[in-house]
Design a protein around this ligand. Structure first.
Ligand code: NAD
Length: 474
């Protein structure tokens, strides 16, 4: 049992001004594993003051200094990687196969950004002017509970590389994971006030940060509903916003795809991170004439998706993160059945023997139409909806018929054909026959079209989000 009752402000762990305490609950067995004291508006304001003070000097630090800090942050996280992995399992229910990827990836974003710093033209002559790239100011970084550490690192790296100082408002349900990360940040020895972290509710601490006049930039990852509220608040003082929001991504199986390979790929894309991934391929578009074959292949591939204790190496799927998530996923499964979709696999309730935690049954619906709720709304659990199509044009039309535009997935026997289709998908990234390279490539941007978001993360695209131009005629 660990009680997290401090924030990290001005380079020190400080007592919370806010006094509300909430329990942290294990998703695996619903036992109380700790508690977190939630900050209030005053804690948020103290953090902004510290960040604003630190901005004066940090904003004019050299690129070499910033590169050094990025390296140190990477090293500090990796030095405690086994602890990060253990806490991710305990607090979030992350399974071994995803944890290592997520923690190494979290550390690697700092090294990737170090490389990006070398590529960025911070000074450029344009006609009679010199155009400088300058940090925009104090940045508020607001993050969700799925891949909690990765989401924070992914924003910290470009913000710090740009010369911004930050106030992080992580999800209130990731306090144990974030505390360990903050200890690593502290160990990295950045100047006081450059990174500040305040635990608290979104509608309290998050709201204060998105309205605060001294915050110049908000980078938000979370649901589309909250993203809209963040943008409305930020408009009042014309803050820059980056929004990384929800998705309902389509995975198109082309008629030349190998059924077994496509099914295995489809389940990896849909069920990764216990099905709680913004980029998950949750609508599987299958040629009508290959439907029977794909159903059989999906059932066969599903045997690889054993649900179980996330601490057990054999588990491919752990529990959903919390009670609200479990209820939400159950609600969508019920809705799918009510609206006339057919269960190929899974359904409501827990897998047998796993009633103690928030474990859901991996679920595949067939006979889904794209106008059904389960094809339109983000479920955020291991639920895949299979939709039949007749022509390639129809597949592209269905894929693009969504309010979201975060990601696309394509299975094909011909990567060049896949690439041509990929260019027609309205999404920030499209993966043809491959899954994780997105986060492995240092310079490739990620982000959404439509209601999946505004702005991009990673590489020079991500770094630019924290920079403004200043043209100097001299
Ligand atoms: P959420 O929107 O409920 O919360 C995200 C963060 O916003 C939390 O820290 C929360 O406390 C805070 N928040 C809530 N209300 C706020 C307010 N009024 N003002 C300011 N901040 C507020 O999302 P969640 O349930 O934590 O995460 C799941 C969602 O995140 C899913 O929709 C998922 O698709 C999305 N997500 C998107 C990406 C991406 O890169 N596009 C990545 C991961 C998750």
């Amino acid at each position: 049992m660990k009680s997290i009752d401090q924030h990290y402000i001005d380079g020190r762990f400080v007592a919370s001004h806010g006094s509300e305490v909430i329990d942290l609950v294990s998703p695996t067995d619903r036992s109380v594993i700790g508690s977190v004291t939630l900050g209030d508006e005053e804690d948020a304001r103290a953090a902004v003051r510290a960040a604003r003070r630190a901005f004066k000097t940090y904003s004019i630090s050299s690129l070499e200094e910033r590169a050094d800090y990025l390296q140190r942050l990477h090293d500090a996280i990796m030095a405690r990687a086994p602890e990060h992995i253990a806490i991710r399992t305990l607090e979030y229910g992350g399974v071994a196969r995803h944890n290592a990827f997520s923690i190494q990836g979290s550390a690697k974003v700092f090294l990737n950004m170090r490389k990006t710093l070398e590529e960025m033209p911070f000074r450029k002559r344009v006609g009679a002017a010199e155009v400088l790239l300058r940090p925009v100011g104090v940045a508020a970084l607001i993050t969700p509970w799925n891949s909690a550490i990765f989401m924070v690192c992914n924003k910290l790296a470009p913000a710090l590389a740009a010369g911004c100082t930050v106030v992080v408002k992580p999800s209130e349900s990731s306090a144990l994971q974030i505390r360990l990360l903050v200890e690593c940040i502290d160990a990295a020895g950045l100047p006081p006030g450059v990174v500040n972290v305040v635990n608290g509710r979104g509608d309290v601490v998050g709201d204060e940060l998105t309205r605060h006049p001294e915050v110049a930039k908000v980078s938000f990852t979370g649901s589309t509903t909250v993203g809209k509220a963040v943008m409305r608040n930020a408009a009042e003082t014309v803050k820059r916003v980056t929004l990384e929001l929800g998705g309902k991504s389509a995975h198109i199986v082309l008629d030349d795809a190998d059924a077994d390979a496509a099914a295995a790929f489809a389940l990896s894309a849909a069920f990764m991170n216990n099905g709680q991934a913004c980029i998950a391929g949750t609508r599987l578009l299958v040629p009508e004439h290959r439907l029977a074959e794909m159903k059989a292949a999906l059932l066969k591939a599903s045997s690889q998706w054993k649900v179980g204790d996330p601490a057990d190496d054999g588990s491919a799927l752990g529990p959903l993160a919390n009670a609200r998530q479990f209820d939400r996923v159950q609600g969508y499964i019920r809705r799918g059945i009510e609206e006339g979709a057919t269960l190929l696999l899974g359904g409501e309730g827990h897998p047998p023997g796993l009633e103690a935690g928030y474990f859901a049954r991996p679920t595949i619906f067939v006979d889904v139409r794209n106008d059904m709720t389960i094809a339109r709304e983000e479920i955020f659990g291991p639920v895949l909806s299979v939709i039949a199509y007749r022509t390639e044009d129809e597949a592209v039309e269905i894929a693009n018929d969504s309010i979201y535009g975060l990601q696309g997935w394509i299975s094909t026997g011909d990567p060049m054909r896949g690439k041509a289709i990929a260019e027609r998908i309205e999404a920030g990234a499209v993966m043809v026959n491959r899954i994780f390279d997105l986060f492995d490539e240092a310079g490739v941007p990620a982000g959404g079209f439509k209601q999946s978001g505004i702005g991009r993360e990673f590489g020079v695209y991500g770094l630019s989000e924290y920079l403004g131009t200043r043209a100097v005629f001299a």
